[in-house]
Design a protein around this ligand. Structure first.
Ligand SMILES: Cc1cc2nc3c(=O)[nH]c(=O)nc-3n(C[C@H](O)[C@H](O)[C@H](O)COP(=O)(O)O)c2cc1C
Length: 142
């Protein structure tokens, strides 16, 4: 079983980000990620993005360099880089949850977002625990 590389980051969305921008990001992500066998989830909340990316290490590291340069977000901070034998979002080429929409929020989403937002106070293992919990709480959307 090849190892799956997981990378989680927090970034600021630009102030004038629109729903069209998010739709464009998701459309490109789903197309590219399917081809690259990258999976994950993008969470938007309160002007921030938290993204979980999982897949081949070199592919994911290249991708995050591209996202860092993307002017729809800034101050991207990588919080977790780890390998495991599990893929948590295997059905999702890039799932999306808008954490500002009440119907989308769950305790698991809020806990994951909060722990990423306050990452100075935590460690990678704790964040991965929240990712696992969050992945178990969401339906297997495509
Ligand atoms: C918050 C955020 C998340 C993104 N996530 C992905 C992603 O998962 N996969 C992807 O291919 N591009 C993602 N992008 C877009 C990339 O920055 C870049 O625009 C895109 O990969 C270029 O693809 P193209 O070369 O096919 O045009 C993201 C951008 C932002 C701002």
């Amino acid at each position: 079983m090849p190892k799956v590389f997981h990378l989680i980051y927090l970034s600021h969305a630009v102030a004038d980000l629109s729903y069209t921008d998010i739709r464009d990001i998701l459309e490109t992500s789903r197309k590219n990620n399917s081809l690259a066998e990258t999976t994950g989830v993008l969470i938007y909340r309160d002007g921030y993005f938290v993204q979980v990316l999982e897949g081949n290490k070199a592919t994911v590291l290249d991708l995050v360099e591209k996202i860092k340069e993307d002017d729809r977000n800034y101050k991207l901070k990588v919080l977790v880089q780890t390998e495991s034998s599990q893929r948590y979002f295997k059905e999702w080429s890039m799932g999306f949850l808008d954490g500002d929409i009440e119907a989308n929020t769950t305790d698991a989403l809020l806990d994951l977002f909060d722990i990423c937002y306050e990452s100075e106070k935590t460690d990678e293992a704790k964040i991965m625990e929240m990712v696992k919990r969050f992945s178990e709480s969401v339906p297997p959307l495509k």
